[in-house]
Design a protein around this ligand. Structure first.
Ligand code: GRF
Length: 254
């Protein structure tokens, strides 16, 4: 009998051929927030409509104790953890505590959804490849804060948002997905923010779904989708396509 003969028996049952693999357990997601948590809400809604790649948000952690997003988590029956950074002496001490809380939840993916903290290299290295962020600009343009005001001041015609893997470079990790929008002459910081936010809510659940389905991967060369290296700006949803998805009125192209 060779090592594989047992695979060739005619047994009707109780053979290795009859073993059906157990369905994979839900993929575990931890979301980090600091504020309103509207992106968190988009992820919660996607999960409740079974559109999150079999993912389950198992905990939401905020560095701001009264962040509204914690209330959203609580209302959705998700463990909501306040971990105020002010209670720690250093960035390193805080990130150490954050790593511990996150690891307790054994996540497959950590989603930064408006988490307004610069992360230490130790933190990033610990979760490299399973850390996603959303940023309100078409990266690599406008890394950092106040993206809408800076875009308006520059008089750009196109703005948008990006989902990217997090690396040690602030807002500099490989981009996965972007949604573009056409800036109108009468846009203000507030209107731009609103348009960008609605695109963020569209993109983030899709990126999370792809990641949890194993389609999206981080590699040393950049982000990969279905095994193919993505271009520097990732996959891009045009203004027209996003507007259609969002039922927005389309302005005439200038
Ligand atoms: C979003 O605009 C996101 O791009 C940025 O922070 C904001 C978070 O908003 N990183 P919310 O808390 O999800 O409403």
């Amino acid at each position: 009998m060779t090592n594989t003969d047992y695979l060739n028996t005619d047994y009707q049952s109780d053979t290795i051929k009859d073993i059906t693999p157990e369905p994979l357990g839900a993929r575990r997601i931890v979301v980090l927030i600091s504020g309103s948590g509207s992106n968190l809400q988009a992820l919660i809604d996607a999960q409740s409509h079974d559109r999150l790649g079999g993912g389950e948000i198992v905990a939401v952690i905020s560095n701001v104790a009264d962040a509204y997003g914690l209330k959203r988590a609580h209302e959705a029956g998700i463990e909501a953890v306040a971990l105020p950074h002010r209670e720690y002496d250093s960035r390193d001490a805080y990130d150490g505590a954050l790593i511990k809380v996150i690891e307790r939840h054994e996540p497959d993916l950590i989603v930064l959804a408006g988490f307004m903290r610069i992360l230490t290299p130790r933190f990033v290295q610990r979760f490299l490849g399973r850390l996603l962020n959303i940023h309100p600009s078409l990266l690599p343009d406008y890394q950092g804060l106040n993206t809408h005001a800076r875009a308006l001041a520059d008089g750009v015609e196109r703005h948008g948002c990006s989902v990217h893997f997090v690396t040690e470079e602030l807002d500099g990790g490989p981009v996965v997905l972007q949604a573009e929008l056409q800036v109108s002459a009468d846009d203000t910081v507030e209107t731009l923010q609103e348009k960008v936010r609605s695109r963020e809510h569209l993109l983030y659940p899709i990126a999370v779904q792809w990641f949890l389905e194993g389609r999206l991967q981080f590699s040393a060369e950049g982000a990969k989708m279905d095994g193919h290296l993505l271009p520097e700006h990732g996959m891009r949803l045009s203004h027209a396509d996003a507007a259609e998805e969002l039922d927005e009125e389309l302005d005439e192209e200038p």
